[in-house]
Design a protein around this ligand. Structure first.
Ligand SMILES: C[C@@](CO)(OP(=O)(O)O)[C@H](O)COP(=O)(O)OP(=O)(O)OC[C@H]1O[C@@H](n2ccc(N)nc2=O)[C@H](O)[C@@H]1O
Ligand SMILES: Nc1ncnc2c1ncn2[C@@H]1O[C@H](COP(=O)(O)OP(=O)(O)O)[C@@H](O)[C@H]1O
Length: 312
């Protein structure tokens, strides 16, 4: 472990809207995915080493694979293979984003490792090259690179930046244990088939972003954003599936609403629950109140939007 070290800070995300289309023949679902980066961060540090190694620190470190399956290791290997280099780096992940929590922590680490290795190796990737590599690594990885807010189409990897007219303050209720993203998509398909509607592309309407939600974000209009999130019950089409697999999340959502949240939803595939609050003091009070209800492992406030992968 010698030579220069490069560190990159990467944000978590919440899906303010997650409209899920039918199951595609390739196993993915078309989405209208309104990503918002939030101020909970991992820090990925890379330094030269004699082989590819991964270490992880933080309270949930034991839940993160420290081998070649780690998304950050896969990112380093992908960039190295494209440039004919040996992926000889030690990658350290200082983990603060909940693991398997629906907040894209693994995707964030992949984006962070790409940016860090590109700087360490002097490979000089363009933004477009980095985005293409991100999309190969996972549907959420391009957004972790760019941060801010964006609409993700296709499987979530085709991004259009979105305007955000102000800061929004969130509380995130972390659960004990994660939920598998593929299992939640499968449960969504199962629930749709059970309703007799069918779950494939031909049976489910094409996913579209809510104009009211995009306007609320652009205008920084908190009340309008809260009502757009709660319109029709929730703006997250995976929420019913996450609740079906983890019924106790209903208690967490109700506890947050009773404690004064302006809107509540499951973050992506869950099990983290997200609550929109009036301002930073309200978020602090809600996080304390929610933690005291014991309907979650812990709850923390975080502002949005947050920047994407940032060299430190
Ligand atoms: C649900 C979301 C919402 O942003 O995130 P999380 O809540 O898990 O963080 C994403 O769609 C997760 O994206 P990501 O975790 O990158 O998924 P990938 O690695 O690309 O795919 C893992 C698996 O999820 C399912 N998948 C993913 C994306 C998509 N549009 N349709 C899918 O059906 C597929 O079963 C796929 O094999
Ligand atoms: N760097 C990483 N951080 C977290 N999880 C990772 C990482 N690399 C691989 N994984 C695996 O990916 C799974 C999903 O993790 P994560 O990205 O945190 O959740 P989600 O897909 O719900 O946002 C984890 O259960 C873990 O096995």
């Amino acid at each position: 472990m010698s030579g220069a070290a490069v560190s990159v800070r990467v944000p978590a995300k919440v899906n303010v809207q997650l409209a899920v289309g039918g199951a595609r023949p390739d196993g993915f679902h078309d989405l209208a995915n309104v990503f918002l980066a939030v101020g909970l961060y991992d820090v990925v540090t890379v330094r030269p080493a004699d082989a590819l190694r991964v270490t992880v620190s933080g309270a949930d470190a034991d839940q993160v694979p420290a081998d070649g399956t780690n998304l950050a290791a896969r990112a380093a290997e992908l960039l190295a293979s494209r440039r004919g280099l040996a992926p000889n780096v030690e990658i350290h992940i200082a983990k603060d984003i909940p693991v398997a929590g629906g907040m894209a922590g693994g995707s964030a680490d992949a984006a962070g490792a790409l940016v860090a290795c590109d700087a360490l190796w002097g490979t000089g990737c363009s933004r477009e090259e980095l985005l293409a590599l991100c999309a190969e690594l996972g549907s959420d990885v391009p957004f972790s690179l760019v941060g801010g807010a964006a609409l993700g189409r296709g499987r979530g990897e085709r991004l259009t930046p979105l305007e955000v007219g102000g800061a929004f303050h969130w509380v995130f209720a972390m659960a004990d244990g994660g939920l598998s993203t593929p299992a939640v998509y499968r449960e969504c398909d199962r629930l749709r088939a059970e309703c007799g509607r069918g779950a494939d592309v031909g049976s489910v309407p094409a996913p579209e972003p809510s104009p009211a939600l995009l306007d609320a974000l652009a205008e920084g209009d908190l009340a309008a954003l809260a009502s757009a999130i709660m319109a029709g019950g929730t703006s997250n089409d995976l929420q019913a599936a996450a609740l079906s697999l983890r019924p106790s999340l209903a208690d967490t959502l109700v506890a947050g609403e009773k404690a004064g949240a302006m809107a509540s939803l499951v973050s992506g595939s869950g099990p983290t629950c997200a609550f929109l609050t009036r301002d930073e003091p309200a978020a602090k009070a809600l996080a304390e109140a929610l933690t005291a209800t014991r309907t979650c492992r812990t709850a923390r406030g975080a502002p949005s939007p947050a920047p994407g992968a940032t060299l430190l």
